[in-house]
Write a protein that binds this ligand. Structure first.
Ligand SMILES: Cc1cc2nc3c(=O)[nH]c(=O)nc-3n(C[C@H](O)[C@H](O)[C@H](O)COP(=O)(O)OP(=O)(O)OC[C@H]3O[C@@H](n4cnc5c(N)ncnc54)[C@H](O)[C@@H]3O)c2cc1C
Length: 473
């Protein structure tokens, strides 16, 4: 017998959790809510106790008790450095979604307050007018643009606790959390049927928030069930790792500087993303066994390095617009060339057109924080256009951060962001199917926890309004 709910949320990442938080907080138990979460959005994680990465199986990582409190819920952000960007146009385009900068800013501030309420530390980085002007001037010298962004650094050791506190709050409010349960299909109707590997659920409303890890599933379901989508761009690039002192003059002021450049050869957009001063490069593994890289940083555990993503935005046009398939084929090729591990290469070797070797890397001043990698040649895996864009962008960055384009700087690949199919939604985040909403990265509506959470909040507020619960926020 299918269990009936008012709202079924697919995906227990920040988008799904914030949607549930909003519904549970303001509906006074009038709305019955379920979250369906297939498991960890990122089964690999670094253990802050042992400074090594391990695969978390089932519900518990036996060695790493402090974070074994949860592995099922929370999605990608759980194991990240938890940098909360306090701008609506960083991590997505919330201002465009809601049609107002002020409104979007208000929702981002609201999300931040909720994070603090559930234990995010008071660790704010913001720039004063002089610092902003100085960085803008420096970026302009390189033909780049600096986006001033106030940030809260929650820290990788705190993120699991914050997520756990939110989850506990939801459970106390009567939200049913189906952990390790995968939604396999959605059958739209006057009430929608959510098919899972543990039986069917029925929801008058559905919020689809499957995250990047579920982007392919979202694309498939949308095509099958008639949810209108549009092709989105693809972000493909490398994770750059260098000694932390190189960027210290900037990262001391702004932890995660947002710098946007357009390259000379292709006029393609390249941006810095997810900077981790004193952080670690980490491996991601996708369900198809292809690998990727990412970065994280802790408040209490520090490396000697800085890492950040340098991402090229690509768009595909007719006759092939499927950016997910394109990105996947590149990441599978890179995985194959790396023998099942990410590829590492010194910038100097990439420029010289030769493969890196452990011998050359060992001689470098930068000691890689991710060891399970294969020295190789990124140019063998990536399209020429992407390689040229990366080389040009790193040289431009060298004007802003002298030393970053050193021959010894390490590059890791593949770093590809799969948030490319975008759901066509209205300002209330409803898809083309009545009472089916989309939120977060998997539906192409965000690229960071700030906007992912905000989209969950907006979808929930629409549902509250439809249920006659109109709150002045
Ligand atoms: C290593 C790393 C570091 C990051 N660092 C930052 C940062 O510092 N600051 C920042 O703003 N952003 C950061 N991000 C990005 C941020 O984590 C995401 O933008 C955000 O978590 C997206 O939230 P989401 O809820 O849309 O998706 P997710 O967090 O991916 O959650 C989606 C959830 O849905 C589940 N799911 C998918 N399909 C199904 C299905 N069919 N059935 C059931 N469940 C399903 C997944 O298991 C997952 O748990 C980082 C990402 C990574 C990977």
């Amino acid at each position: 017998m299918a269990k009936k709910y008012d709202v079924v949320i697919v995906g227990g990442g920040v988008a799904g959790l914030f949607a549930a938080y909003e519904l549970a907080t303001y509906s006074s138990n009038k709305i019955k809510i379920a979250i369906v979460e297939q498991g960890s959005g990122n089964p690999f994680r670094r253990c802050p106790m042992f400074n090594s990465k391990r695969l978390v199986r089932d519900k518990e990582c036996l060695l790493c008790k402090p974070c074994s409190i949860l592995t099922g819920i929370g999605g990608a952000i759980t194991f990240s450095s938890g940098t909360m960007n306090l701008r609506p146009d960083v991590g997505g385009d919330l201002n465009k979604i809601v049609g107002s900068w002020e409104e979007a800013e208000k929702i981002i501030g609201y999300v931040d307050n909720v994070l603090v309420k559930f234990g995010a530390p008071d660790n704010l980085y913001s720039l004063n007018v002089e610092q902003t002007a100085e960085l803008e001037r420096l970026a302009a010298k390189a033909g780049a643009k600096f986006i001033p962004t106030p940030q809260r650094h929650i820290g990788s050791e705190n993120m699991p606790k914050v997520i756990n506190n939110i989850t506990e709050f939801l459970k106390q409010k009567g939200v049913d959390v189906y952990e390790f349960t995968e939604a396999t299909d959605i059958i739209p109707g006057s009430s929608h049927i959510i098919k899972t590997n543990n039986g069917d659920l029925i929801g008058r409303y559905v919020i689809l928030a499957p995250g990047r890890v579920g982007a392919e599933w979202f694309a498939e379901i949308s095509k099958k069930r008639g949810v209108d989508t549009e092709p989105g761009p693809l972000d493909i690039g490398v994770r750059v790792e260098a000694p932390a002192y190189i960027t210290e003059p900037i990262t001391r002021i702004v932890r995660d500087p947002k710098i946007i450049m357009y390259t000379k050869s292709y006029d393609d957009k390249v941006r810095t993303f997810c900077t981790n001063p004193y952080g670690f490069v980490v491996e991601e593994r996708y369900p198809d066994n292809s690998v990727g890289v990412n970065g994280e940083s802790f408040i209490t555990l520090r490396s000697k390095n800085i890492n950040f993503a340098l991402l090229v935005t690509l768009r595909l046009t007719d006759p092939f617009e499927d950016t997910i398939a394109y990105g996947k084929s590149i990441s599978r090729l890179a995985t194959k060339l790396g023998g099942g591990k990410p590829i590492i290469q010194r910038f100097g070797d990439l420029e010289a057109g030769r493969r890196s070797t452990w011998n050359r890397i060992d001689r470098s001043v930068v000691e890689p924080t991710l060891k399970s990698v294969t020295p190789g040649d990124i140019a063998m895996a990536y399209p020429y256009r992407v390689v040229i864009n990366i080389v040009e962008a790193l040289r431009k960055l060298d004007i802003i951060m002298p030393g970053i384009a050193s021959t010894q700087t390490l590059l890791y690949a593949p770093e590809i962001k799969f948030y490319s199919i975008k759901a066509k939604v209205n300002r209330e985040l409803e898809t083309s199917i009545t009472n089916i909403f989309a939120a977060g990265d998997g539906a192409g509506l965000s690229r960071g926890m700030n906007v992912a959470a905000a989209t969950g909040v907006i979808a929930a507020r629409t549902i509250l309004k439809r249920e006659g619960i109109d709150i002045e926020f």
